[in-house]
Design a protein around this ligand. Structure first.
Ligand SMILES: C[S@@+](CC[C@H](N)C(=O)[O-])C[C@H]1O[C@@H](n2cnc3c(N)ncnc32)[C@H](O)[C@@H]1O
Length: 360
C-alpha cells in the first residue's frame, strides 16, 4: 500500500528526507536523501491507460519487438498495417491488442508495459547488450538490493543499466561510465525519456585510464560502491580502480566473452586483494513442447511366433523406419539469448571494520 509506506516517519519517508542512524556497531551513518522516486522502474499499474509520452513496447511477434513513445497524431507502420497512436492514447491499457486501421483490421500488435527484459529486446542497439538470462544471474550474484550504490562500465546500449536500476530502485544510484561520447549522451537522453534518470548518473569517462595513466577509474571516491559490474574489452585495467571504489566485502562482476579474458581478469583481481573468485558460465536450454502425430512404430522386426522361436525381418528396413519415426519435437525458445559467458563474482577482502552501511 503506497499511502501507508509514505506516511511521515515511515521507513520510506525517512529515506526521502535523509537522516542519520546508528548502524549495527552503534556508529552513526548518514542515509542520503534523494529526489522523488517512483516505486517501480519502467513498470506502472496494469490498469493504467496509456498516456501521451508513455514508452510502449510494441509486440509484433514472438521474436520481433519494437517501441514507441506515445504521441498524438503519430502512426506506427509495420507489415501488419498502420497503427494510430490516437487509437490507444488515453483509451487503451497496457497489454491491449491494437488493430490496424487498414487491411480491414486483420493486422494487430500488442501494446506492452515496458519492463527491463522487454526493453532489452526492443531497444536501439548501439553495442552488444546483456540479455535477461545473464543480467538476472549477475544481479543475483552481485547481491543487488534496493537502495544500493552501484558502478557500471561500459554503459553501451543501457540494457544492463536498466536491469540494475530496477533492482536498486527506489532510492539507489547507478553510476554508469562510458568512454564513447555519443553513446554516453544517447544513454542519458534515453534514461531521461524513460523516466528513470533519477536512478542513474551517466559519466563520460575512460575507466581504464589507457590514454592517460592517472585519469582512469570511477570518480566517486574510495569505498563508495556496494557493487561493481564491468562489461569491458579489457576489464583487468579497470580492476585496480574498482578495488579502490568498492566497499569492503562487496562484490564485483566482470562479464567477458572468452575464458582468456576471464583468466587475465582473475589475475588482476587476485593481485588487487579480491578473494572468493568464481567463474560461471550460464546456459539456458528452454524447450518448446508441442503435440505431434507420430507414425506407428515398426512391427516387422522381431515376431515371436512361439516360445523361443523368433522371426527376424529385414534389418535395414527396420533401421530406416526407426529413423523416420524418431521425431521428438523440440524447439529452442526465444529469450535465451546470451552473448558472453564468463562471470567473476569476487569480493574485496575485508580490510577494516565497516564504518558505512546502507540501511535497507
Ligand atoms: C559491450 S558494451 C556494454 C553493453 C552494456 N552492458 C549493455 O547491456 O547495454 C561495452 C561498452 O564499453 C565501452 N567501453 C569500452 N572501454 C571502455 C573504457 N575504458 N571506459 C568506459 N567505457 C568503455 C564501449 O564503448 C561500449 O559501449
Amino acid at each position: 500500500n503506497v499511502d501507508q509506506r509514505c506516511q511521515p516517519g515511515s521507513h520510506t519517508e525517512l529515506f526521502r528526507a535523509g537522516h542519520s542512524a546508528a548502524d549495527n556497531d552503534g556508529q552513526q551513518v548518514h542515509v542520503y536523501p534523494s529526489s522523488a522516486f517512483p516505486l517501480h522502474v519502467l513498470e506502472r499499474s496494469k490498469h493504467e491507460l496509456i498516456q501521451e509520452g508513455s514508452l510502449v513496447v510494441i509486440f509484433e511477434s514472438f521474436d520481433n519487438l519494437s517501441f514507441v513513445y506515445a504521441k498524438k497524431g503519430d502512426v506506427y507502420h509495420n507489415k501488419n498495417g498502420d497503427f494510430y497512436h490516437d487509437d490507444f492514447i488515453d483509451k487503451l491499457r497496457f497489454g491491449s491488442k491494437l488493430r490496424a486501421r487498414n487491411h480491414q483490421g486483420y493486422g494487430f500488435v500488442f501494446l506492452l508495459r515496458p519492463t527491463s527484459e522487454l526493453w532489452a529486446r526492443s531497444l536501439p542497439h548501439r553495442t552488444q547488450i546483456v540479455y535477461e538470462l545473464d543480467s538476472s544471474t549477475v544481479i543475483f550474484q552481485l547481491n543487488l538490493k534496493p537502495n544500493m550504490v552501484v558502478l557500471e562500465s561500459g554503459t553501451g546500449s543501457g540494457a544492463m543499466s536498466t536491469a540494475i536500476m530496477r533492482t536498486i530502485a527506489p532510492y539507489g544510484m547507478l553510476h554508469t561510465y562510458e568512454f564513447n561520447g555519443m553513446r554516453a549522451e544517447a544513454a542519458r537522453v534515453e534514461f531521461e525519456r524513460n523516466k528513470i534518470s533519477h536512478l542513474v548518473t551517466v559519466h563520460h569517462r575512460d575507466v581504464c585510464g589507457k590514454e592517460c595513466a592517472d585519469d582512469g577509474g570511477f570518480d566517486v571516491g574510495g569505498q563508495a560502491a556496494d557493487a561493481i559490474f564491468l562489461d569491458l574489452p579489457e576489464p583487468w585495467l579497470a580492476v585496480p580502480h574498482a578495488a579502490f571504489a568498492i566497499k569492503p566485502n562487496c562484490r564485483l562482476c566482470s562479464y567477458s566473452p572468452c575464458v582468456e579474458q576471464a583468466q587475465r581478469c582473475i589475475a588482476a583481481l587476485s593481485e588487487c586483494g579480491f578473494h572468493s573468485i568464481k567463474t560461471i558460465e550460464v546456459r539456458l536450454r528452454e524447450n518448446y513442447v508441442d503435440e505431434v502425430e507420430l507414425e506407428m512404430p515398426p512391427t516387422n522386426r522381431v515376431v515371436r511366433v512361439k516360445k523361443d522361436e523368433c522371426k527376424l525381418v529385414d534389418e535395414e528396413e527396420y533401421d530406416r523406419t526407426i529413423q523416420r519415426n524418431d521425431r521428438i519435437f523440440r524447439k529452442q525458445m526465444m529469450g535465451a539469448r546470451s552473448n558472453k559467458i564468463y562471470q567473476l563474482c569476487p569480493r574485496l577482502r575485508q580490510k577494516k571494520k565497516l564504518t558505512r552501511k546502507i540501511i535497507l
